[in-house]
Design a binder for this molecule. Structure first.
Ligand code: PLP
Ligand code: COI
Length: 345
């Protein structure tokens, strides 16, 4: 297979797939301390067969993006929030913290090293950044590892859900992705392993993805695949679930802020009961990969709740999408501290 390069890349038709861009950041933890990280060229990692990550899933990750602006510059959207969330995940799995400023610096270094891979402005594509930390070393007991790798790699991506702003149809899953007092609010691998089968069943049945309910009562919406849910009422309320088993989406909190500050919407975090879904005139899934994906319909057993007319995103969701994406690509003013420019030498 010919290796893709930035020169041969088809920027307009990118999906969400791994690309070896040649440069990643790596740091190693041993004897109680992180080594200074550096850019490495080999995508492979060689680890002991007894590594905790392989058996007990001691690993957490993050996802954020770099965007090419109209003037050719490159910028990041709220990387400090990902740094904080990574350390909350690490804490839950008894992994060492990776200092926030190092995390942000690592992201800047990898993006700068792979600057040619940041898609051109106007293609709707971006550079997806995947920080990941995992427990390695010799040790087979169910205890935290002594050694860790922190890695950040990148790849150019298009929309995660096919169609971008085209509405997707989702189905309520019979299965849970997280336990009531488990790890649902952390970005840890086990949650995603648990979602593989329900996600596959939903896709096989012709849906974009599965919607997960609260694992305690199975009556309230929690997550839309690997994205958060929000609904918009006719009287301009933006409602999103609140639960200890939901991943706190940085995109979702950004949307809540914009809805309140720029669109005079009333924002609410609370219960979203499935049997009350008809109170919403529009609904969406949001996340770094999903951006804002309009929800066309939700199938709950025999009942189908619809939120769009044909293939068109609703007007309020569309306005929020344009504002958010406008900020990310540098076309609209960002709230203070949301955007960091990447220096390219
Ligand atoms: N929910 C889950 C389960 C996710 O994996 C993600 C992706 O990160 C999100 C929500 C969205 O979070 P964010 O907006 O921070 O990317
Ligand atoms: C993201 O939106 O960054 C995610 O992590 C979703 C991913 C699991 C595809």
């Amino acid at each position: 297979m010919t290796k893709v390069t930035p020169e041969t890349m088809d920027w307009d038709n990118l999906g969400f797939a791994y690309v070896d861009t040649g440069k990643r950041y790596r740091a190693y933890y041993k004897d109680g301390a992180w080594s200074p990280g550096s850019i490495e060229t080999d995508k492979m990692v060689t680890i002991s067969e007894s590594s905790n990550v392989l058996h007990y899933g001691q690993t957490c990750f993050e996802g954020l993006k770099a965007y090419r602006t109209k003037d050719g510059a490159i910028q990041l959207f709220r990387p400090d929030e990902n740094a904080k969330r990574m350390n909350r995940s690490a804490e839950k799995l008894l992994m060492p913290a990776f200092p926030e400023e190092w995390f942000v610096e690592a992201v800047h270094q990898v993006v700068a090293a792979n600057a040619d891979w940041v898609p051109p402005y106007g293609t709707g594509a971006s550079l997806y950044i995947r920080p990941v930390m995992f427990g390695i070393g010799d040790g087979i007991g169910v205890v935290p590892a002594d050694e860790y790798i922190f890695s950040v790699f990148v790849m150019p991506v298009g929309p995660y859900f096919k169609g971008g702003l085209k509405p997707g149809n989702f189905v309520i899953s019979d299965y849970d992705r997280a336990a009531p007092r488990g790890t649902g609010s952390q970005k840890v691998a086990g949650n995603y392993a648990a979602s593989l089968q329900p996600g596959m069943l939903a896709k096989k049945a012709g849906y974009a993805d599965a919607i997960y309910l609260d694992p305690e009562t199975h009556s309230k919406i929690e997550e839309v695949g690997a994205a958060n849910f929000f609904g918009i009422t006719a009287d301009n309320h933006l409602v999103t679930p609140q639960s200890p088993s939901i991943l706190p989406s940085i995109t979702k909190y950004s949307i809540l802020h914009l809805a309140q500050e720029r669109f005079e919407m009333t924002v609410e975090e609370g219960d979203v009961y499935v049997d009350q879904l008809d109170r919403f005139v529009e609904a969406g899934a949001c996340g770094t990969a999903a951006v804002i994906t309009p929800i066309g319909s939700i199938t709950a057993g025999e009942t189908v709740y619809r939120f769009t007319e044909g293939d068109q995103a609703g007007p309020k969701l569309k306005a929020l999408y344009e504002e958010l994406v406008g900020i990310q690509y540098g076309d609209r003013p960002a709230p203070e501290g949301w955007i960091q420019k990447v220096e390219i030498s």
